[in-house]
Design a protein around this ligand. Structure first.
Ligand SMILES: C[S@@+](CC[C@H](N)C(=O)[O-])C[C@H]1O[C@@H](n2cnc3c(N)ncnc32)[C@H](O)[C@@H]1O
Length: 400
């Protein structure tokens, strides 16, 4: 008998694909992103409903549910979001997951989120979520998983929250792969996580194109990519030593009697001037040419450094300056929902298919929507392979 599953915030269906692989029957899914829903329908089935979950009553969702899953959105939680705050808690969409778990009373639920959730409000948020589900009678645990430890060629970390009301332990998947290539012991029973090169290297010199094509016996769809790659920038022509410039500027500032605050105020900056007078490799900086000429007007310094500070030339971006250029010989950094990394050939960003491969979507999983929408759907997803391993654990719990 197949276990019946309801999926919330399903997106393109990375997590759902993993549960399907493990033999679950998804009876109902939901997302309010039209492109994601179309992608989902194409690859997983017609059981997905387009709509805002906050407007869908539980009565519209089927009964007899064994499992509810939901990667509730992370915007409010992300460490990148400075506004993250308990005040927002009424807006937290996990409350929708809570509502549906309450109303459908599944045996197990699984939620996925970003790492930042654990540190939010010094851990209070995750504890609040945990206790909310515990009040419904679930035994709840959470764990930070690294996708690369399950064979996904990506250093993506995600928090998995799992709960059950059937009196078993929550089981999280055990690592099967190692990522620290340098420091592993030969007799480890773990396998090596594939590198980016091993995963997508065979596409490196393939032309981008809309239609599918065959290579190495694989049919490749969506080898399309953003070609917005700035590979030059305006940089200083001559070498300059920040310490030397700093001493020089400090001397002239003292001489002129200007304080750093006054300089900032003059420029309309909040803190920038502080960095010009700070001798510190990490945070000291040299004024940009326009700022240099303005500074010269107020501090009245001589011409000693004018040429080296203000002469710019167009330079090539090097790998070291790494505008998030894929590191070829290790697992990828996290594939995000926005513009992906620049491909090592420097002519383009990673293609949609390359991102999908790194996220372990199968080759025949087809995405719909614009280029950016496809990037977003893939970047939002739980890697299919990691989802499959999670799903196998849930199956084990249910079979116990
Ligand atoms: C992190 S993604 C989930 C990705 C998915 N678990 C996967 O593995 O592919 C979150 C999803 O929640 C959807 N979403 C956000 N707010 C929603 C709402 N109010 N109702 C329905 N879906 C919503 C977004 O469109 C997005 O696809």
């Amino acid at each position: 008998m197949k276990f019946r599953l309801v999926s919330l915030f399903s997106g393109a269906g990375g997590m759902d694909k993993g549960f399907q692989n493990a033999g679950f029957k998804i009876i109902w899914a939901n997302d309010f992103d039209k492109d994601a829903v179309n992608t989902y329908k194409k690859n997983l089935g017609e059981h997905i409903v387009l709509g805002d979950i906050t407007k869908i009553p539980s009565t519209q969702i089927p009964n007899d549910v064994d499992v509810v899953i939901g990667g509730f959105p992370c915007q409010g939680f992300s460490v990148n979001n400075i506004k993250r705050n308990m005040e927002d808690k009424r807006n937290f969409l996990y409350k929708e997951l809570l509502r549906i778990v309450k109303d459908k009373n599944p045996k197990v639920f699984v939620a996925e989120n970003v790492k930042g959730l654990l540190s939010m409000e010094k851990g209070k948020v995750i504890e609040m979520i945990k206790s909310d589900f515990e009040k419904l009678g679930y035994k709840v645990d959470y764990k930070l998983l690294l996708a690369a430890e399950y064979g996904v060629p990506e250093l993506r970390e995600r928090v998995i929250i799992m709960g059950n009301r059937i009196g078993v332990d929550n089981i999280f998947p055990k690592a099967t792969h190692y990522t620290d290539y340098k420091n592993y012991s030969k007799d480890t029973r773990l396998l090596k996580t594939p590198t980016v090169e091993e995963t997508i290297g065979f596409l490196a010199n393939e032309r981008l194109r809309d239609n599918e094509f065959e290579i190495n016996g694989r049919i490749i769809y969506d080898h399309i990519a953003s070609e917005k790659v700035a590979d030059t920038f305006w940089g200083r022509k001559y070498p300059v030593n920040q310490f030397e410039i700093c001493d020089y500027l400090k001397y002239w500032r003292n001489k002129s009697g200007w304080t750093t605050t006054r300089v900032d105020k003059h420029f309309g900056y909040k803190y920038t001037a502080g960095h010009w007078f700070r001798k510190d490799n990490g945070s000291g900086s040299i004024p940009k040419p326009d700022d240099w000429w303005e500074l010269k007007k107020i501090l009245g310094f001589d011409d000693k450094f004018d040429k080296v500070v203000t002469t710019l030339e167009l330079k090539d971006i090097t790998f070291e300056q790494s505008l998030r250029i894929s590191n070829w010989d290790r697992p990828s950094d996290t594939i995000t929902a926005t513009q992906p990394e620049i491909h090592p050939n420097k002519k383009r960003r990673l293609s949609v298919r390359e991102c999908a491969m790194i996220q372990t979507f199968p080759d025949d999983f087809i995405f719909t929507g614009s280029l950016n929408s496809k990037y977003r759907q893939i970047g939002n997803a739980v890697p299919v392979l990691m989802a499959t391993k999670i799903a196998e654990c849930v199956k084990k719990m249910l079979e116990e």
